[in-house]
Design a protein around this ligand. Structure first.
Ligand SMILES: [Fe+2]
Ligand SMILES: [Fe+2]
Length: 303
């Protein structure tokens, strides 16, 4: 475990894989000794704080959220409060607090509702709405899906004929981001039976919010449809796009994993932005991993 997270000895891809392994131990409800769970949470927290790569740091924050383990709250608070930290990492810490959703998370998140960074502000807004809804209603249970196991920032709705309605929710910039996210996750859930859902998701890339676009790329990575390769590569090729969005597009292409995506990703292994370059390396590793007989880890990659 130690070696897996040691940046001097292990590549970014190995460190990312190690984080996913730790998630299985740190997750709430697993049958593992308390002391071991605590150690796994601490190892994730030190990767989030000390790894030299923002990509690994933000992934560690994401994994801490996916564990839904309240032991992670104090560490996530530390990262969110560090204004010198990469906004992508702080965003992921805020989102993780929304996923854990213990009572103290609300008070912490509320302090960052007017943060200088748009991606942090928007994440806080969505996370607080998720927690409010979770404590008020049972509706959040609809996030459980047989294919997509991630803990999502907003629950999907479940109308089997709702593609048009969800597309409208997704693209309507007058709606709160939380509702647009609900449209997004609802489209994701319909994507295996209705190709119009993938098309609608791809339409969303014309938007002002980097957060919204990075989430779209994440969702398309979960869907793994070759129909989204064109839209995702357009994002990756756009040097003016926010690097958080380009990073997510690269990893989504890795999850789709065709010869075409391999070629595209290989072309960005020397990208100027560290987070994009490293994401392409990880994306090619995802493809390789998914194509070997190992478990598919589309759901484990962070948003
Ligand atoms: Fe994210
Ligand atoms: Fe990400």
């Amino acid at each position: 475990m130690r070696i897996g997270l040691d940046s001097e000895k292990s590549s970014v891809s190995i460190r990312m894989r190690t984080l996913f392994g730790l998630k299985e131990v740190a997750k709430v409800g697993v049958n593992v000794e308390e002391e071991v769970v605590k150690k796994a949470v601490e190892a994730l927290a030190s990767a989030m704080r000390d790894d030299p790569s923002s990509l690994v740091k933000h992934e560690a924050a994401y994994v801490l959220g996916q564990t839904e383990n309240p032991l992670a709250v104090k560490y996530l608070e530390g990262t969110l409060s560090d204004i010198g930290e990469d906004p992508m990492v702080r965003h992921e810490a805020a989102e993780a607090l929304g996923a854990i959703a213990s009572p103290d998370c609300v008070e912490i998140l509320e302090r960052y509702g007017s943060d200088e960074e748009q991606v942090v502000r928007e994440t806080v807004e969505i996370a607080l709405m998720r927690i409010a809804q979770k404590s008020g209603e049972k509706e959040l249970t609809t996030t459980e899906h047989p294919i997509y196991k991630s803990v999502d920032p907003a629950p999907a709705l479940n109308e089997s004929d709702g593609v048009e309605k969800y597309r409208e929710m997704l693209l309507n910039r007058k709606l709160p981001l939380y509702d647009r996210y609900r449209g997004m996750f609802s489209l994701r859930n319909l994507s295996s039976t209705d190709p119009r859902a993938v098309q609608a998701l791809c339409e969303g890339f014309v938007d002002n919010s980097a957060l919204f676009k990075h989430e779209l790329a994440y969702v398309l990575g979960q869907v793994q449809s070759p129909d989204s390769v064109k839209a995702l590569s357009k994002v990756l090729f756009d040097q003016n796009e926010h690097e958080m969005v380009r990073h997510e597009a690269a990893e989504a292409l890795g999850s789709i994993g065709t010869r075409e995506t391999n070629e595209i990703l290989a072309g960005f292994l020397k990208d100027k932005a560290d987070v994009v370059r490293e994401s392409c390396e990880v994306a090619l590793d995802i493809t390789e991993y998914n194509q070997s007989d190992q478990l598919n880890y589309a759901d484990t990659i962070s948003r």
